[in-house]
Design a protein around this ligand. Structure first.
Ligand code: ACM
Ligand code: ZN
Length: 699
């Protein structure tokens, strides 16, 4: 009996599962073969240059299984886990291969980064939380894997709210866990300057602290709490080293020439008016920017960039370029003199001041390039005549990236609508920590296609990478950063690493479940909506219309067409996010839907829902009518409803409209919902309002 029991136990050791996040490209198992048994006595052997990778693997095994492994320099071909380099066996950087047999696990990399990603895959494949201090088995087989994009990044803004050094290290750990290799560190803002610059000490003495912060959203009420912090150069060098060990490069951003009010507060001569300025206490885009006509200001930027490049060995230096209002430059004698001097002229595309911004950006690009680095800028830098060497970060959608790739720029995609991780993850913000707004569920991140099909294959090669951004106006703590990042990072890494042709969201969520066990192990705070979808779905009672054939006489706007007409009677109703895929959006067209009840039915009531989001140009409908037919051709109206336009004092939200009529019997029901024109007190006056309609019920 004892022997039998022992054998049974052996075969039920917890097993590793190589289908991790991101999904390795090739996993070939030998199902019937004996597995490798990992235990406390297993040792790790590393080839030259891979000691840190070996130590990481031992640490990870300790985190997960409760025992570390002995780490040795590589000799012969001992049994155990072997880490080695084999650049000749791969045709691209960061690739790896893991071969598992009962005696050995060999992790072979194109380079140390490749070995590191192989180690990450082993780490993520281990059984987690089942039996700590347990032996476990790694199935025999071969895994081959390589990234689709060489640039795989995440951004963090420690300016609006400061994130201490230890938190930033955790962020880098998170990047490494998700096979990301670029950390875009946004170090300067209107609301705080966060990097010590020896030549300009006031930047951190004055510029790193604000005397209060706006309360709530758009108001002008401030707390009076001095708020701030900064990183010393010594801390940043330590961080660079910490990241490099994890194969993460840190890209510092000095945001030029806008978003500079904290610098202006430190040295008022940097601005056009000379101030006085204060470190900004509210969110948005400040009109006060660097004076482009002042040589001393240009020298300042050069000096700052040089100190930044002394600290950060990054091949890329980000020089910002986003959201720079030109109102000060238009009135500044120095800026206007510079425009004359340079012979800059407005044309039908851009103003002279836009070209002045290009002048600043190109001049600073030269400073960066003189030291063998490349500049990255936000997509606004395309407005003017930016030099082709600049890498464009496409954030206001993908259009900037498309234009840039066509012009021959390299491009990093991070459009707000898919990759701004400062947006909500659920449709009901009351269930989440408060953030800037928007709606970006994990499923939408997972849909992002970084290579626009309008580009040729040659142009697509300019899309060098993908990243997500986390701005922190409403994110006050690192606890909240973690929540915003995960599990959306899981979707992001699958796109960065694999850009899969066919995406199976449900299979992905299954992989996420295992990844979430790692999040639990490391005490990461993460969003859980994808694991409990039922909690986040609103259903309507089954009614005559539910899931019956439905078609539209007018097509919705293609941006908000979702899965088409069946959205309207699938039994699930949208909440308040117009881009949730649960609403059909119409602009300048009515909703005109015909439902076939499949047999004559008796009815006396039709209900539908519409959204109001006045800021987004979405208004309630003006008119609704219900028609019925026996043959699907000849319809007669049975009810209509006039709906007065909502006003600014009315609440936005999700409203149900109801048409009740004398009982009729019919097979076909047509529902027509018409729009209002935007009213005089709206920015979009003169245009039609959008209507967003969902779930139609017939009873
Ligand atoms: C940005 O979000 N202003 C780049
Ligand atoms: Zn000026």
């Amino acid at each position: 009996m004892a022997v039998l029991f022992f054998t049974a136990c052996q075969s039920h050791l917890p097993e590793a599962n190589y289908n991790v996040i991101p999904q390795p490209k090739e996993v070939n198992l030998e199902e019937s073969a004996k597995a490798f048994t990992l235990s406390e006595t297993t040792e790790i052997y590393f080839a030259d240059g891979l000691q840190r990778e070996a130590e990481f693997l031992s640490e990870y095994i300790n985190d997960i299984l409760g025992y570390g492994l002995k780490v040795n320099e590589y000799q012969d071909q001992p049994d155990g886990i072997l880490l080695k380099l084999a650049p000749a066996d791969f045709d691209q950087a960061e690739a790896y291969e893991i071969t598992v047999n009962p005696k050995q696990i060999v992790v072979k990399g194109a380079d140390a980064a490749g070995v590191f990603y192989g180690v990450q895959t082993i780490r993520k494949s281990l059984p987690i939380g089942e039996l700590k201090t347990a032996n476990c088995q790694l199935p025999t087989g071969v895994i081959r894997d390589w990234p689709n994009f060489g640039y795989r990044g995440m951004h963090l803004d420690p300016c609006r709210h400061f994130m201490p050094l230890d938190s930033v290290k955790i962020y880098i750990d998170m990047l490494a866990l998700h096979n990301m290799n670029q950390f875009h560190f946004h170090l300067t803002e209107d609301q705080g300057w966060r990097i010590e610059i020896k030549k300009y000490p006031e930047l951190t003495k004055v510029g790193a602290y604000r005397n209060g912060t706006v309360i709530g959203r758009n108001g002008r009420i401030y707390d009076s709490i001095r708020y701030g912090g900064f990183f010393t150069q010594e801390e940043l060098r330590e961080l660079v080293q910490y990241a490099a060990e994890r194969h993460v490069n840190i890209i510092p951003e000095i945001d030029l020439p806008g978003h500079m009010q904290a610098a202006l507060a430190s040295y008022p001569w940097l601005g056009c008016t000379g101030g006085p300025y204060e470190v900004w206490k509210r969110w948005g885009v400040s009109d006060d920017v660097l004076c482009a006509g002042n040589e001393a200001t240009m020298q300042f930027v050069e000096d700052v960039l040089n100190e930044v490049m002394d600290i950060f060995p990054s091949p890329y230096i980000h020089i910002g370029g986003d959201e720079c209002p030109k109102v000060r430059w238009e009135k500044c004698p120095k800026c206007q003199k510079k425009i004359k001097e340079l012979g800059l002229k407005k044309d039908d595309r851009f103003s002279a001041e836009d070209y002045l911004q290009s002048y600043v950006m190109n001049r600073m690009a030269k400073v960066v390039e003189a030291r063998g680095r490349r500049v990255i800028g936000w997509d606004e830098i395309l407005e003017g005549n930016v030099s082709e060497t600049a890498i464009i970060m496409s954030w206001r959608g993908t259009e900037g990236g498309i234009e840039a790739a066509r012009k021959g720029h390299d491009v990093i995609m991070c459009p707000t609508s898919y990759l701004y991780f400062d947006y909500y993850q659920s449709e009901d913000p009351s269930t989440e920590p408060s953030c800037v707004g928007g709606y970006l569920p994990v499923s939408r991140v997972y849909e992002f296609k970084p290579l626009p099909s309008v580009l040729t294959e040659e142009q697509q090669k300019h899309i060098i990478g993908v990243q997500a951004n986390i701005w922190t106006e409403y994110i006050k703590s690192f606890w909240h950063v973690e929540y915003m990042a995960m599990p959306r990072m899981d979707a992001l890494t699958e796109i960065q690493w694999n850009n899969p042709k066919d995406r199976d969201f449900e299979a992905f969520v299954e992989r996420c479940r295992h990844q979430a066990k790692l999040y639990d192990l490391y005490h990461y705070n993460y969003a859980k909506q994808i694991f409990n979808p039922e909690v986040y779905t609103d259903t309507v009672p089954t009614n005559l219309a539910t899931r019956k054939p439905i078609f539209l006489r007018e097509q919705p706007n293609e941006q908000y067409a979702s899965k088409g007409a069946p959205i309207l009677n699938d039994g699930e109703k949208g909440r308040i996010a117009y881009n949730s895929g649960r609403w059909l959006g119409f602009w300048g067209q009515p909703l005109d839907a015909v439902i076939d009840l499949e047999q004559p039915a008796t009815m006396s009531n039709v209900r539908f829902r519409a959204l109001v989001n006045k800021g987004a140009w979405i208004y309630n409908p003006s008119h609704a009518s219900v028609l019925v037919s026996d043959d699907g051709e000849n319809f007669r109206e049975v009810a209509q409803l006039d709906i007065p336009i909502t006003t600014w004092v009315d609440k936005d939200g999700n409203f149900t409209y109801e048409l009740t009529f004398e009982q009729v019997k019919a097979r076909y029901v047509e529902v027509i919902v018409k729009d209002h024109m935007l009213p005089e007190d709206h920015d979009g006056y003169g245009h039609p309002a959008w209507i967003f309609v969902d779930e139609i019920e017939i009873n």
